[in-house]
Design a protein around this ligand. Structure first.
Ligand code: AMP
Ligand code: MG
Length: 412
């Protein structure tokens, strides 16, 4: 087995890498993956790979926005005025002729404005007979007409690369004449839980066993972030089993391991990864929970080693994996932390950024945040009850009630 090749932080025991520095190293040089064409019905939640140019003009023709009569504004000098009824234009059934001076054409919402006409008088302001219509109130030129191209023209850039597609973007893409969209291929993230004590949630624990919950929380987190999770199950704490499970991750863009990352006798994941050919970039982050976290690469594959504690694993995933997936997708939307005032005092913090499960209240103009007591990093119920992480910076002094702190909404 090769010697550890951790390049930073330097050997000093206290040198924990600050979260922002670690994240910068995870994201360094990461480019969006290639495109994959999907039908509109599968595009929701995907990220647009290229700027999208409209293939059509919208509205495609001058169109009536009301039921009424298409007329020439020049004929509306004074009301009332009677015009000869020359025909009809209905949605999908344009009037074939041209409206001449002194004429009107019956028209309905969504119908094409006939040639010669430039104005729609709504039917409420008219009285009609079989062959004539009396205009009771004048309308200004262009009234109730939606002009061709008022929304966008063919060739206009209507959506930009990196947009995470939601209903309103898909509505626009369809209007612009696209049945398929070039989206960024989803990053494939292989998830491996490691530990001799782990069982699947469908099994019942024998003495000393615990459910490998991390894999499932992370899979959902990855899906929410736009990635494709591939569960490779549980590796036992042996170099052989780890090596075999790493092989099953081949082809993934990212391998995420949980557990076995610390310094105990059974924490074999880092040396096993190095024996497999991975180059480790950093190890140990100034964050709580989640100190024994590492990152590296094996060829094109990125490797993120998360601690086994469920809280540390999911928060490490939120802090490092979600931005990495976002970068691989080329997403331009980012979730920025918001500020909130503390409803309770917080003790002075140690040298690690503390991510505290907390409740954010945004019902008043000034957001308020209440961290929970009892922040044991293996307790998951409080995480499910929380709606944000209160971010207490490393080495922060004691913070009195009312202090302004940064808050990360929990969007997974
Ligand atoms: P480790 O990082 O392997 O030392 O594990 C730290 C703690 O997390 C131990 O209590 C493990 O039993 C627990 N743990 C490890 N992996 C998982 C997992 N996949 N799901 C839930 N708990 C785990
Ligand atoms: Mg373990």
């Amino acid at each position: 087995m090769t010697a550890p090749t951790v390049t930073a932080p330097p050997a000093a025991k206290s040198a924990l890498l600050p979260v922002d520095d670690a994240l910068a190293r995870v994201l360094d040089g990461v480019r969006p993956l290639g495109p994959e064409h999907v039908p509109l019905t599968e595009a929701a939640g995907r990220t647009l790979a290229h700027d999208l140019a409209a293939a059509l003009t919208n509205p495609p023709f001058d169109v009536s926005s009301m039921d009424g009569y298409a007329v020439r504004a020049a004929d509306l000098k004074a009301a009332p005025v009677t015009l000869k009824l020359a025909g009809e234009s209905a949605a999908g059934w344009p009037y074939a002729g041209s409206v001449r001076p002194g004429e009107a054409v019956r028209i309905f919402t969504g119908a094409a404005l006939p040639d010669g006409a430039d104005t729609i008088v709504i039917q409420e302001n008219t009285s009609a007979s079989a062959d004539a219509v009396r205009i009771l109130e004048l309308a200004h030129k262009g009234a109730n007409v939606r002009w061709r191209g008022g929304d966008f023209h063919e060739g206009d850039s209507v959506l930009t690369a990196g947009t995470r597609l939601t209903a309103r973007h898909i509505l626009l893409a369809a209007s612009a004449g696209h049945a398929m969209l070039a989206t960024v291929r989803k990053p494939v993230v292989a998830i491996l839980s490691t530990g001799d004590e782990l069982i699947e949630p469908s099994d019942r624990p024998m003495a000393g066993q615990i459910v490998a919950s991390n894999s499932y929380g992370l899979a959902a987190l990855i899906a929410a972030a736009g990635g494709e999770a591939r569960l490779i199950g549980i590796a036992r704490d042996t170099p052989e089993d780890l090596a075999q499970k790493f092989e099953e991750a081949r082809g993934a863009d990212i391998l995420v391991t949980t557990g076995g990352a610390s310094v105990g006798d059974h924490d074999l994941v880092r040396p096993a990864l190095e024996a497999w050919g991975a180059k480790l970039d950093f190890y140990k982050i100034a964050m709580r929970p989640g100190k024994p976290l590492f990152f590296g690469r094996n060829g094109a594959m990125k490797v993120l080693g998360l601690p086994g504690n469920p809280l540390a694993s999911i928060i490490g995933g939120r802090i490092f994996l979600v931005p990495l997936i976002s970068r691989l997708l080329g997403r331009t939307d980012t979730i920025t932390p918001i500020s909130a005032t503390l409803t309770v005092p917080i003790e002075a913090n140690g040298p690690r950024t503390h991510y505290m499960r907390a409740l954010l209240d945004t019902s008043s103009a000034r957001a308020r945040v209440t961290p929970f007591g009892g922040q044991d990093s293996s307790f998951v119920r409080a995480l499910a009850q929380a709606n944000c992480l209160a971010v207490i910076p490393a080495d922060a002094p004691a913070l009195p009630e009312g202090s302004l702190i940064s808050v990360l909404p929990l969007d997974f």
